[in-house]
Design a protein around this ligand. Structure first.
Ligand code: GAL
Length: 413
């Protein structure tokens, strides 16, 4: 073998080795997008499934991987998520509420800046400024909102109400209490259906809005309203009266179990966010804003993030783009009961409940929710939930007020 031939062969085998080792070293690009939510049944699942159909159409080559953990308001999902984030094993994307809850993830550097994607996808003008503010820290935007939900809605079973001679919606809290008493006098054991911790916190927040008004209620979460005030005590006393009309097994039920009491005609009313609209906007059911809340829209928004260290950021970006798109929002929100976060949606594309909510969202006074993260951080929410759970058993108004005042001292910024 001549010298040149030997050198050429040697070079070729080195090249082959380099190529082979490069191939062996390059892990195949992931094509799964693990989407972490707590949407497993009813309208929550229907909304997610519909969004996934859009994702499949928009994101060829990517596969949706369902990372749901059941439990309303993320009661179990959030703990699983925290553990995974601690172990640097994030899903490709997860749902986070706009506002204080999202800011927790941003402060902990657990989510990526999406500002450049917003520019590229033309999203800056797509959402209302107030919502953009609830997604932004230090001028950077960290998540894409899928929707806007309303928390302060009372749902009813008209047949149950008619059985007790109730034909009109109560105009204020005292009329509501009268109607609850009337239902009970007519043999309805659970005039007001309630579920566990966070559902009770929602009910209490609604009473706070009634007794304090929108501005002072909002101030509770900013440090401007004193939790030790007499008006908060009045709200606790009113809340306690309402609790007396709820099911005794409330602490063991998720929101959907409590909703079933309404569907099955065992309860008259339930205070619940409008994810219940998927089941309760049918014939035979009614809804109204919590009595005394006036024209207040207590809002929350589900948004999706790109976690730091996500395995498939390309696929996740495609998911996020679908979430923020006009078609994605329509697919999702027509099923979920929420309204689109985008301002360019056509009301005519939506069911009657959402059409009315879209009009309300524009004109009503907006206040945030602690039970769903727009008003308070996760730590604050956990303490508030524990205090409300303790109250469900001990019914001690002073202890509840003390615990909530201490939480505000600790968490209000
Ligand atoms: C909320 C969430 C809603 C709905 C609800 C009940 O926190 O924002 O989309 O899923 O929980 O699970």
């Amino acid at each position: 073998m001549g010298h040149i031939r030997r050198v050429t062969l040697a070079l070729l085998s080195v090249a082959a080795l380099v190529t082979a080792s490069a191939c062996a070293g390059a892990a195949p690009k992931p094509t799964n997008v693990e989407v972490f939510t707590w949407w497993t049944t009813g309208g929550e699942k229907a909304g997610l499934d519909s969004l996934v159909s859009r994702f499949d159409a928009d994101c060829a080559g990517q596969t949706f991987q369902n990372g749901t953990v059941a439990g309303g308001a993320g009661s179990d999902a959030k703990q699983v998520l925290q553990a995974r984030l601690q172990q640097a094993d994030p899903p490709d994307t997860f749902q986070a509420h706009a506002g204080a809850e999202l800011f927790d993830y941003i402060d902990a550097a657990q989510v990526e800046d999406l500002s450049a994607d917003y520019d590229q996808w033309g999203l800056r003008k797509a959402f209302p400024q107030g919502l953009i503010d609830a997604l932004t820290v230090g001028g950077r935007i960290y998540s894409v909102p899928a929707n806007i939900h309303r928390a302060n809605v009372v749902w009813s079973n008209r047949t149950v109400l008619a059985g007790a001679g109730i034909t009109d919606d109560p105009k204020d809290l005292s009329e509501f209490l009268d109607d609850l008493a009337r239902l009970r006098a007519n043999g309805i054991r659970t005039p007001l259906a309630a579920g566990k911790d966070w559902t009770q916190l929602m009910l209490f927040e609604s009473v706070l809005i009634t007794d304090l008004g929108a501005e002072k209620f909002t101030g509770l979460w900013t440090g401007d309203t004193d939790w030790t005030g007499a008006n908060v005590r009045t709200a606790i006393d009113d809340y306690r009266l309402l609790l007396g009309y709820t099911n005794v097994d409330r602490d063991r039920l998720d929101w959907s179990d409590a909703e079933k009491l309404i569907i099955d005609g065992k309860a008259g009313y339930q205070l619940m966010g409008d994810w219940a609209a998927a089941d309760l906007s049918a014939e035979g059911f009614g809804h109204f804003t919590f009595p005394g809340n006036g024209r207040t829209f207590q809002w929350l928004a589900d948004s999706f993030v790109l976690p730091t260290g996500a395995k498939n950021p390309g696929g996740t970006r495609c998911w996020l783009r679908t979430v923020g798109s006009a078609d994605g929002q329509k697919a999702f929100n027509t099923r979920k009961g929420s309204i689109p976060a985008r301002t360019d949606a056509a009301p005519a594309d939506y069911p009657a409940y959402q059409r009315a909510a879209m009009a309300e969202w524009k004109s009503a006074r907006q206040v945030p929710s602690c039970a769903h993260g727009s008003a308070c951080s996760q730590g604050w929410q956990e303490v508030a939930n524990s205090a409300i759970v303790a109250f469900s058993t001990n019914q001690d108004p002073e202890a509840l007020q003390r615990a909530l005042a201490a939480a505000a001292q600790r968490f209000a910024k």
